[in-house]
Design a binder for this molecule. Structure first.
Ligand code: NAP
Length: 308
């Protein structure tokens, strides 16, 4: 176990964490980023990013994250490629523990983002990775020329369906209501694909198959009738859950686990700031996370000035 004392530790290496690192490094806070074993956040699982300002022809998610990381490194940011196991925020210096490090720090920025949610069925647990996925970019090629279902009616479901429609034979979007929640532009994009169709007012109540997915049992949410549908793959795209398990009892969280903030980036503990999806269940964009990262770094700098 290595013991280190730091001025600022940033947990998370998505757009929020890395933007915080760029600003903090330029502001002389010499940040250390605990990047997580799978660094880069959700954009690492995204292909075309067309809405991040400054890239008129779009950019691939992993390339954007690589550029942000290099930019942070250019100003002296250091990285640890480990997950945080526990934090103690009782009194400063705060303690952040990873597998191989115990870090003490006066300032902390939490930017751990959010992860995909599952339906929570027993049969789902058994078949995740065996026909069930939550990441089209990662797993679409396993379903080349096959038939898949995408569950959900939001932006994520549309993005996943669009990506899958380029690879799969047929994509069926199964939504529990009669109306999509997704933004108009994404709906249009998906509806223009000839191999995508929509099944409304239906939910999956069981996944069929023992060691490999073979089908699903659908229930009509209006009349309760059930039917079995054979299918090669299911992509669950029903939203995200904030990665705050390690913060329970340390910071104020809302009922869904999001960090409660004041002025966008301040938490219930002085000296601990937040950036990105870990406190934002509404906008959840790379650019809003980056904006929050900038604010968190500037607030951290101001807080340190006041302590002096
Ligand atoms: P979301 O907007 O919360 O949508 C989740 C969808 O899944 C809803 O249609 C919901 O149904 C459905 N759902 C939730 N729980 C379910 C369950 N247990 N069983 C069946 N269906 C269930 O989540 P999201 O699509 O991940 O988007 C979250 C945020 O990220 C949004 O603000 C979105 O704009 C943003 N985002 C943006 C982009 C982009 O390209 N700009 C891409 C992805 C996400 P109901 O509609 O009935 O509630």
């Amino acid at each position: 176990m290595k013991h280190k004392t730091e001025k600022l530790v940033i947990i998370g290496s998505g757009p929020g964490g890395l933007t915080a690192a760029i600003y903090a490094a330029r502001g002389g806070l010499n940040p250390l980023v605990v990047a997580g074993r799978e660094a880069g956040g959700q954009l690492m699982l995204t292909t075309d990013v067309d809405d991040f300002p400054g890239f008129d022809q779009g950019i691939q998610g992993p390339e954007l994250m690589s550029k942000m990381r290099k930019q942070a490194e250019r100003f002296g940011t250091r990285f640890i490629q480990e997950d945080v196991e526990t934090v103690n925020l009782e009194n400063p210096p705060f303690i952040v523990k990873t597998e191989n490090h115990e870090l003490r720090t006066k300032l902390l920025i939490i930017a751990t983002g959010a992860s995909a949610m599952w339906l929570g069925l027993e049969s789902e647990q058994r078949l995740i990775g065996r026909g069930i996925s939550a990441c089209a970019v990662c797993d679409a090629l396993f379903f080349k020329n096959k038939n898949v279902i995408v569950v959900g009616g939001g932006d994520t479901a549309m993005r996943e369906s669009y990506h899958l429609s380029k690879v799969c034979k047929k994509v069926t979007i199964v939504h529990r209501r009669g109306k999509l929640r997704a933004q108009e532009a994404l709906q249009k994009l998906v509806k223009a694909r000839s191999n995508v169709n929509f099944t409304y007012n239906k939910e999956i109540i069981e996944f069929i198959g023992q060691s490999k997915l073979e089908g699903v049992k659908l229930k009509d949410t209006q009349n309760g009738q059930t039917s079995n549908v054979p299918i090669d793959g299911v992509f669950v795209a029903i939203g995200h859950r904030p990665n705050t398990g390690f913060l329970k009892g340390q910071l104020d969280l809302d009922e869904k686990g999001y960090i409660i903030v004041e002025d966008g980036v301040k938490t219930s503990v002085a000296g601990v700031f937040v950036a990105g999806d870990v406190s934002d269940h509404k906008y959840r964009q790379a650019v809003t996370a980056a904006g929050a990262g900038c604010k968190a770094a500037l607030e951290a700098e101001e807080y340190l000035e006041k302590l002096r």
